[in-house]
Design a protein around this ligand. Structure first.
Ligand code: CAA
Length: 384
């Protein structure tokens, strides 16, 4: 459902991804949640289906799809496995898009075809142990040395840090220039001095690895500088604008899965001589939840459509991310409540969905940061 009509092509992509997701991705999601096994096989097949670099133009190996098609696809993957979805989201929204928007022709030709094939998966390293919401205070440095930059520092909470084939890392090239002194570099896995550190043991999204990445005198060819020196913060912010629409899409997919599971449970569970779905309390929960999901979906579509039209969409992306990620946390909680004691066991999918959704209000900018972005855009000045 959308206030505008989805095109035949968008509907076809949605239905193709839905079929793949519910058949293939769903089959191993619960097991991966236990084993923490990276969904490499899913991603390989997603590369073959054109889902890894969907918005990359055909000339660089992508599908040249619009953002609406992308969020439809991402929601469908998240419906079955939020861990697979977050890898897809960072790879497509932040990494491929940043190379597409800021990369040289040589960088696009060199990296994008391998990324769209899912031969290499992308990661984005901005956050540091002491610089989360405030990335300008990052400490990682990159010092020019002949035709290389030497990078030193530690990045934290990096999605796909262990399993990525390349990472876009931000580092200070000019301490005096604050955000304008931050640059971005493409670093390939296997580059000496790039070390995978601690792998987090997380509450949810357990099949997606989240790691420290340590840069120890890591020498990166100067040709791997993304954009110009000093563009790094802008690249990160622009990448996160798109990324935040992706988190909204993940939230919509997980919330829809939670609701569908709760409806199924309520229609099958007898108490007091009738199905619990016949109780008005449960029916009102269901009505409210379906309404909230639809509201989040429309915000997601609206931000995606603005991006497709080439308009500035920073505020709408933050609104979609804020509303959708808060919504999915309310909804997975209510849906677990509908399951009663069974929802608290690993026998029901809702237990995993509840855990997976928790980070959505935190990563790619907390809810509080989304409110900073939204209010800055409305008030047209900056907070103190
Ligand atoms: N697009 C392009 N440029 C932007 C921009 C945007 N959306 N937002 C800001 N900028 C530019 C501004 O124009 C400004 O540039 P000039 O001064 O050159 O004109 C510059 O960036 C600085 O802007 P601000 O003064 O607004 O920056 P700030 O320091 O006050 O920070 C912030 C703003 C919104 C709080 C930002 O720091 C922020 O988004 N913080 C959260 C970071 C975040 O989301 N981290 C998550 C990391 S990724 C992750 O979660 C995991 C993963 O694996 C991907």
């Amino acid at each position: 459902m959308a206030f505008f009509k989805l095109t035949d092509e968008q509907l076809m992509i949605q239905s193709m991804v839905r079929e793949f997701s519910r058949k293939v991705v769903a089959a191993t999601a619960a097991e991966r949640d236990k084993s923490k096994e990276f969904p490499a096989e899913n991603l390989k097949q997603m590369g073959e289906l054109g889902l890894m670099g969907m918005m990359v133009p055909v000339e660089y190996g992508g599908e040249g799809a619009d953002t609406i098609s992308y969020v439809l696809a991402l929601s469908e993957i998240a419906y079955s496995c939020a861990s697979t979805a977050v890898v897809m989201s960072v790879h497509n929204s932040i990494v491929c898009e940043s190379i597409l928007n800021f990369g040289s022709e040589a960088q696009k030709k060199r990296f994008l075809p391998r990324m769209t094939d899912a031969e290499i998966i992308g990661a984005f390293a901005l956050t540091e142990p002491h610089a989360g919401s405030d990335p300008v205070s990052q400490l990682t440095t990159a010092v020019k040395d002949g035709d290389h930059y030497v990078i030193n520092g530690t990045k934290r909470f990096i999605t796909t840090g262990k399993n990525c084939g390349l990472v876009i890392v931000t580092a200070k090239t000019d301490e005096a220039e604050k955000h304008r002194g931050i640059s971005a570099f493409i670093v390939e896995k296997g580059t000496p001095g790039l070390i995978v550190g601690n792998v987090e043991d997380k509450m949810g999204l357990r099949a997606s690895d989240t790691t420290d990445l340590i840069f120890e005198d890591c020498r990166v060819p100067a040709e791997n500088l993304l954009g110009r020196e000093g563009d790094g913060f802008k690249i990160a912010m622009k990448g996160l604008d798109g990324g935040r629409i992706g988190i909204a899409a993940q939230s919509v997919g997980v919330a829809q899965a939670a609701l569908d599971n709760a409806v199924k449970y309520a229609k099958g569970r007898d108490q007091f001589g009738q199905k619990i779905s016949k109780f008005q309390g449960i029916r009102w929960y269901i009505a409210d939840m379906a309404t909230e999901i639809e509201a989040a979906r429309q915000l997601m579509f609206s931000a995606a459509a603005m991006k497709d039209r080439g308009e500035k969409y920073t505020q709408q992306a933050s609104m979609a991310k804020l509303f959708a990620s808060e919504m999915v946390n309310r909804i997975t909680g209510k849906c677990l409540q509908i399951h009663g004691g069974y929802g608290f066991t690993k026998d029901y999918v809702i237990e995993r969905l509840y855990r997976d959704a928790r980070v959505f209000t935190i990563y790619e900018g907390t809810s509080e940061i989304q409110r900073v972005v939204i209010s800055n855009n409305i008030l047209k000045d900056k907070r103190k």
